[in-house]
Ligand binder design. Structure first.
Ligand SMILES: [Zn+2]
Length: 191
């Protein structure tokens, strides 16, 4: 297994629509293992393939990390979502603070449906349907957005976004200190 560098918000791969995973392969299984290791190393609870530079419809989450503090939620452990589709969303919205491994140190509140139903293939390529509520629902929706080229910053007002301007600039320049490896898009060299 290997820890992969995480791309930052300004990388074009995070704005692409990810391609469906066509078939199982040794390469795919290695990518899944590496994504889990990368996610645990950076203390994240979810990681989408585009965040490690692969524009494919795959994300991993560790629901265990989230459910430990919330005993009323089912303990689901590590989950792999391949070619996921959200087929139903609750009409009730919740405002919860989010962060993103590709946008370190930036946190802000985002309003999203409380409950969703998602279909996907697990790492054995078995079809699954999950009705997710609370924290798990939140993390799934955030990671699902990554497969469509959407970042949580996109939901913020211009005012809220401006408050994060300095941190965003530092990330873009590659001058923000983080505890995990990042691949900032390097500034164009002045001749
Ligand atoms: Zn993210």
């Amino acid at each position: 297994m290997a820890i992969l560098p995480i791309v930052t918000y300004n990388d074009a791969v995070l704005r692409q629509k990810a391609d469906p995973v066509e078939a199982d392969s040794e390469e795919l299984q290695t990518l899944i293992d590496d994504m889990f290791e990368t996610m645990y190393n950076s203390k994240g609870v979810g990681l989408a393939a585009p965040q490690v530079g692969k524009a494919v419809q795959l994300f991993v989450i560790d629901a265990d990390e989230m459910t430990n503090e919330l005993d009323d939620e089912e303990d689901l452990g590590p989950l792999v979502f391949i070619n996921p589709v959200i087929i139903a969303s609750d009409e009730e919205y919740l405002k919860i603070e989010e962060g993103c491994l590709s946008i370190p140190e930036v946190r802000d509140e985002v309003s999203r449906p409380q409950k969703i139903t998602i279909t996907y293939k697990d790492r054995n390529f078995d079809s699954q349907t999950l009705i997710a509520d609370g924290w798990i629902s939140r993390v799934i929706q955030h990671e699902y957005d990554h497969l469509r080229g959407i970042l949580f910053l996109d939901y913020l007002s211009a005012f809220r976004r401006r408050l994060h301007r300095n941190t965003l600039k530092k990330i873009k320049e590659g001058s923000l200190q983080t505890e995990y490896a990042l691949v900032p898009k390097l500034p164009i060299e002045q001749e």
